[in-house]
Each structure stands twice: as C-alpha cells, then as structure tokens.
Design a protein around this ligand. Structure first.
Ligand SMILES: [Zn+2]
Length: 571
C-alpha cells in the first residue's frame, strides 16, 4: 500500500515510546473514549460522499433527517464495534490508522470518480501496481488524506493505548463490541422503514459506507482465498487435440488475440460513433473483410474479473466472473499442441498466462515508444518475429496463438496512453482529476486512446497480412476489450461499479475479427455470413468456445452453441 510509506517514518513507535510500567499507571485515555470519538469522526468526516448523496436523494425534512440520523448512528455503532474488537496494545493503532486512511482514500475516490467499494474493487486495489497508483496520485487526494485522516491519525498516535491485564481488557473489549452492535441494531430497527427503502432505491449506497465497505470487501476477499475455499486448479480439456484440418495443412496458423483495456463500445467509430475514432479499421472492414461486433457485453466491470473470464470456459452467470485459478483457453490450446504466448503491456495477465510462455513489454527502452516508465501499445509489435521464433519449434509447425494485452484506454491519465504525434482530438484533458476538465477535453483525451488502439490494431493487421502474403502462416485476429468506462455520465468516472448497477458505458465493449483468405479457407468460413450475423448480441462468454472452433481444436470443453464462427462454417 502506498500509505505505509507515508505513515512509517514519522509515526513509527520507538522502543522508548512503548508503554512501560510507569506509562501503564499514568492515567491514559480509555479505549472507549478513543473509539467513540474515532467512530464519530469516521462516520461524519469519513463519509462525506454518502451524506452528500443522501441529501441529493431528498434527505431534507423530518423523514430525511431521521433517515440520516439512524443511518449515521448505525454506522457509528458498527465502527465502534470494529475498533473495540481491535483494542489491544500494538494492534489498535495500526488497525485504526488503516481504517481512517481507507475512509479518507474512499472519500477522495468516491467524490472524484463516483466509484464505490466492493470486494471486486478491493481485489483491484490489492493487484494494483506502482504505475497505476502514480496515475491516481493528485493534490486533491493528498488534501483529502490530510483533512480526513490527519486529525484522526494525530489522535490515534498521540499517546499509546495503556497496557492492561488480559482478562479485564478482554471483558472491556467484549462489552464495547456488544454495546456498539446493540446501538447499531437499535438504530437499524428504529429507522428500518426508511433504511430499507433507501437500500432498495439506491442499491450502491451500501458500498459507500466507509470504512465498513473496505472492511467487508477485504473480508470477503480473504474468505475466498482461505485454504479449502479457493478453487483448486483443475485440468481443463484434457482430451484436447488438433482437428483434421492440421493433417494436411500447407502453412501453420497464427492467431493474434488482442485484449483491449477500458475501450467502450459507445466511442468505437465502427459502432457508429459520431467521431472518426477507428478510420484504419473501417478501411479493413471495407477492403479486407474485417467483421465488427456492435453489441458485445463484458463479463465484468474491471480487469481483475474480465480478463480471466474472457479465457474461461464458464460464462459470466455460470461463475466465469468469480476468482479462481482454474485452467483456461490458453492451457487447452497448449495442451492440444499449439505454441502459445502472452505479451503484456499492462499490469499482468491476472493468472491467465501462468502456465504458458509470457513476457512483459512495459519495461522496454524503445526510443519514441517508451517514456516515463511505461510503453505505448505499439511496443508489443517490436521484435515480434524473434519472440515467435523463440517458441517451441514443433508446436510452431502446428500453429501459434499470441495474446497481446493492451494498456489501451487505461485511466484516469488517458493523455499518457497516446504518443504526441497520434493525438487527433485537441485540446485534451491532461489531469487525473477528471471532473476538473471540461467534458470536451475529457472526451478528446479518451477518444485519442481509442484512435491509438485503432492505429495499433491496424499495424498488427498489416503485420499479420504480411505473414500471410509471404506464405509463412494463415493468420487471423480477434480483438475484444475487457470492460468499458464512464466519462462523467451520471457523475460517474472510470469503471468497476458492481455489475448489477453498472451503466452500459462500463459493460458494453468493442470487438472485431479479421481472418486471412487462407485461414477462412481452412476453417471453411464464410465471412459474409459472419458479417450478416455480427449484429446479434454477443458477450465475453463466446470467446473461449469461438477460438477453439476457429482453430479446429477438438475437446469436450467446447460448446458449439457459444461458437460465433460455427454457424458460418461449412461442414
Ligand atoms: Zn481493464
């Protein structure tokens, strides 16, 4: 966590500051008072976005005031119970500090981007990296941390908790926990009618209650990873083998799967967006039979969920969106005998590429393509022939599946995702405090990332076509984005809202495919038919089964009904 580095130097308790026999006898603050004040502070100052939302939702008048009072008292009671549970010397201060920092950070991100905190958001936080954190750092974040967490931290670390004997302390803590829970329960019952209607009509409110949302989300995550709870990695597609088309193949096949990042369907030129964000792909559509899928739903609203789900045999509703370490499409392709490789220009493959050759392009030092500790997506095209040549020769003779995981439109620092020469829409927002930019600047910065993805896909297609023209491979490409993005609609920014409440901007994604004449021929595919059918509803659920069908991999794990190419294949 970034916060530990902020906290540690000035606040580390030295041995001399630890409670000693004399400090125990000194009249210190009682744990009860400390926790009661902290609970009040966290409830009021640590939940500003929640109170703002309730006020905006009609929280005025006596009914509104009673609703806010009962919710506030309930939240304070629960926070008091959590703090009392941790009221042990050496434990209380770190736990309380974590809670106030979490509440302060939540306040900033909820106020600035309209996000809410649930288990999947917590999973994202756990899997973030320094570069993503850097994109989120800002002066407003620092100010919120200072204003919301500062006074509480000063209070917590001002004097250490007095050391008590075990049993009296245990009794005192248990009594305090019980008291907190009773207050919460009583207020919950007293305000039940209003609270129940609030939770029904504003379903995201429960994920806005800080820092309980963080505690709950982290608890759920921890429970999922308990030994025995985590899904064991089970072999998938053990019967996988190459189909009959491989026996007589003139050339091996080469399929590139591009996993996009944060591209949303609404701003995709091929879907009819008013601005020309995909001019290159439109040429490929008109001249080379590229097929665009305009109605595609993502599996999740964040990378952590969507990327594994895309490669999972399970659909979203069958559990493909749950965390797990199960084998996936890449394992099946490799098991069947193909050469597989994952190239990553982002924060990793979320476990999908663990058992296949993989490489990251983020740390390359390519002039013009890499700056500030990261690379533009085109860096993945650098030295691609050598990367493929490094794969197992026997497998390569059958075929190669290459995954490219883009940085794409990753926010909020959209302006960092496009080289200066590729910025088509100006002026663009160059701040990560998105609400500070005009809607036009924000749209420009985001559309530049889509146009850059168009440019990147165009270069990838050129490379694939050259491979086909040289007779080296029969080639194809399938592009799909992992989830969408909110750009200020309904006051929401970024992504990651719980799926059930997420707007279309976060769950509708672009997808397109192109196949060389050689690959169409060997797969018996009629792209005219594919194009005619492409307008129908599609989702990430289709990817696993479609790729196996396209590549003629025989396995019981493939469901023909979910193979998008199948209805357009002869034989
Ligand atoms: Zn993502």
């Amino acid at each position: 966590m970034i916060f530990s580095s902020i906290l540690e130097p000035p606040l580390r308790i030295t041995a001399s500051a630890r409670p000693t026999a004399t400090s125990v006898s000194r009249p210190g603050r009682t744990g009860w008072l400390t926790n009661a004040l902290l609970a009040l502070w966290l409830t009021l100052a640590g939940n500003l976005p929640l109170w703002q939302k309730l006020l905006a939702a009609g929280g005025t008048g006596a009914t509104g005031a009673w609703l806010m009072f009962s919710l506030a008292a309930m939240v304070a009671g629960l926070i008091f119970a959590v703090l009392s549970l941790a009221s042990w010397p050496g434990i209380h201060a770190p736990v309380a500090s974590f809670l106030v920092l979490a509440a302060a950070a939540n306040t900033h991100f909820m106020r600035t981007y309209g996000v809410v905190i649930d288990a999947s958001m917590m999973a994202n936080v756990m899997h973030t990296d320094a570069r993503e954190v850097r994109d989120l750092l800002s002066l407003p974040l620092l100010l919120t941390l200072l204003l919301v967490a500062g006074p509480a931290l000063w209070w917590i670390w001002g004097r250490p908790m007095p050391r008590q004997r075990l049993w009296p302390q245990l009794l005192r803590n248990a009594g305090a926990v019980a008291l907190g829970l009773m207050v919460a329960l009583a207020c919950g019952i007293a305000g039940y009618q209003g609270l129940a209607s609030l939770m029904r009509n504003h379903k995201t409110v429960r994920y806005m209650i800080s820092p309980l949302n963080t505690v709950w989300g982290a608890g759920l995550l921890a429970a999922q990873s308990l030994p025995g709870k985590a899904r064991a990695s089970e072999p998938l597609g053990q019967d996988a083998r190459l189909g009959a088309s491989y026996a007589g193949q003139v050339r091996p096949l080469l399929l590139v799967l591009v996993i996009g990042e944060t591209a949303r369907a609404e701003n995709w030129g091929l879907n009819g967006y008013a601005r020309p964000t995909t001019p290159v792909l439109e040429q490929w559509q008109q001249q080379h039979g590229l097929v665009n899928f305009p109605d595609v739903r993502s599996c999740g609203t964040n990378t952590q969920v969507s990327v594994p789900c895309i490669f999972s045999p399970l659909g979203r509703e069958a559990g493909g969106d749950r965390p797990g370490t199960n084998e996936n499409l890449l394992d099946v392709l490799q098991r069947a005998g193909l050469a597989v490789m994952w190239l990553d220009n982002q924060s990793g493959c979320k476990g999908v590429c663990d058992r296949v050759p993989h490489a990251s392009t983020r740390d390359l030092q390519l002039p013009g393509l890499c700056e500030g500790g990261e690379c533009f997506d085109e860096a993945m095209l650098h030295g691609l022939d050598e990367r493929i040549a490094s794969l197992d020769a026997g497998r390569r003779q059958q075929g190669v599946v290459l995954v490219m995981h883009q940085m794409g439109s990753h926010g909020p620092a959209y302006h960092r995702r496009t080289p200066a020469a590729q910025k088509r829409f100006l002026p663009e927002c160059s701040s990560n405090a998105l609400p500070d930019c005009t809607p036009e600047q924000l749209r420009n910065a985001y559309d530049n990332t889509i146009a850059y993805t168009d440019h990147f896909l165009g270069r990838t297609l050129q490379w694939l076509q050259a491979q086909a023209d040289e007779g080296a491979y029969d080639t194809g490409l399938l592009y799909v984005s992992d989830h969408g993005e909110s750009l200020g609609e309904k006051g929401l920014y970024l992504h990651g809202l719980p799926y059930a409440f997420a707007p279309d901007q976060q769950t509708r994604v672009p997808m397109a495919t192109w196949l060389s004449p050689g690959l169409q021929q060997r797969a018996g595919l009629d792209t005219g038919c594919l194009r005619a059918r492409a307008a129908g509803p599609v989702s990430h659920d289709h990817v696993f089964h479609s790729v196996l069908g396209l590549l003629d991999i025989r396995t019981a794990a493939r469901q023909a009904a979910l193979d998008l190419y199948a209805p357009c294949r002869s034989g």
